[in-house]
Design a protein around this ligand. Structure first.
Ligand code: RIB
Ligand code: NA
Length: 310
């Protein structure tokens, strides 16, 4: 059948250490547990959208190694189309070495490996699939020019684009803004791209207007446990959507759960008001922070209240 959500982006293996606190430079400390999970911002968003029920495809690259084989199987287990998932010799599957402290905060070092080899021609090869999709989703964990090329292609076919500019990096091509229908950074990314502090809700409101003026049609800035702020070209008054409070075990991948949920709702519930789309996506992200791990913590359909699907 037709793929509704196409994700162009990264696949990582997450190597996660849980510890009371972060080590200082030069210091060795004891963590209390370790786990290996599937991650990478692109893959996470694809898995979240697929678990919610979107027919989803992943365009990406893994290495010809154990992690790459396992990642491929993981996509299959999550019903994700991998017609355009490449496996490359001579490089390693992307990795993320993650430390999670007692409060559920994380610090991450990623090594791109095969993700860096995803090219514009890999994206062009998927043109027929992209052309028929409802939404195309990109991030910044592959070469930015590849994300830009994918959004250009989607635009040519009137396919909606969702751009999650994570992780933040300097020197984004200027056409990035005009190519995205939905621009969805977190506070840190918004701060970097807007060049203004984004700490409080009021800052996010200001930054959201900055991005709107750059040409994005809808801007959604996520604020962690404070929810999100959004603004649209049709209604230039920023709106704050709060998030219900929750116990926090591990916030790793919560932003990706949010972006994946956004993609699902926009593709599969096109009549839903944007405020509702955001409220529901916050709920999905909230469910993910209650459990350890990245994709491991994303809910499956049966665990999600029916009201989020009405
Ligand atoms: O956003 C969370 C993701 O960032 C992790 O899964 C890790 O792979 C890093 O890419
Ligand atoms: Na989690």
């Amino acid at each position: 059948g037709v793929v509704e959500v196409v994700v162009v982006g990264s696949c990582n293996t997450d190597l996660i250490t849980y510890t009371a606190r972060f080590p200082n430079p030069g210091e060795t400390i004891h963590g209390h547990s370790f786990s290996i999970g599937f991650g990478g911002k692109g893959a996470n968003q694809a898995v979240c959208a697929a678990r919610l029920g979107a027919s989803t495809a992943m365009i990406g690259k893994v290495g010809n190694d154990t992690f790459g084989n396992d990642t491929t199987k993981n996509f299959q287990n999550n019903n994700i189309n991998i017609d355009h998932l490449g496996m490359e010799d001579g490089t390693s599957t992307g990795t993320a070495v993650i430390t999670v402290d007692e409060s559920g905060q994380n610090s991450i070092v990623i090594v791109n490996g095969a993700n860096s080899l995803l090219s514009k021609s890999d994206v062009s090869a998927a043109e027929p699939m992209i052309a028929r999709a409802k939404i195309l989703v990109c991030q910044l964990e592959v070469e930015p020019e590849v994300s830009i090329a994918a959004m250009k292609l989607a635009r040519q076919h009137n396919v909606m684009t969702l751009f999650n500019p994570a992780p933040a990096r300097a020197n984004l091509p200027p056409d990035a803004w005009t190519l995205c229908d939905v621009f969805c950074p977190n506070e840190a990314e918004a701060e970097m791209f807007a060049g203004m502090p984004v700490k409080a809700k009021e800052d996010a409101e200001k930054a959201s207007l900055f991005f709107l003026d750059k040409g994005c049609k809808i801007v959604i800035i996520t604020l962690g446990d404070k929810g999100a702020v959004y603004v649209t070209q049709e209604n230039r008054t920023p709106v704050h959507v709060p998030c219900r409070v929750t116990k926090v075990v591990d916030t790793t991948g919560a932003g990706d759960a949010f972006a994946g949920a956004l993609a699902y709702y926009m593709a599969c519930h096109p009549g839903l008001a944007i405020g509702q789309v955001i409220r529901r996506s916050c709920e999905i992200a909230r469910m993910s922070v209650q459990h350890s791990g990245t994709q491991n913590s994303y809910p499956v359909r049966q665990q999600i209240p029916d009201e989020l699907f009405l």
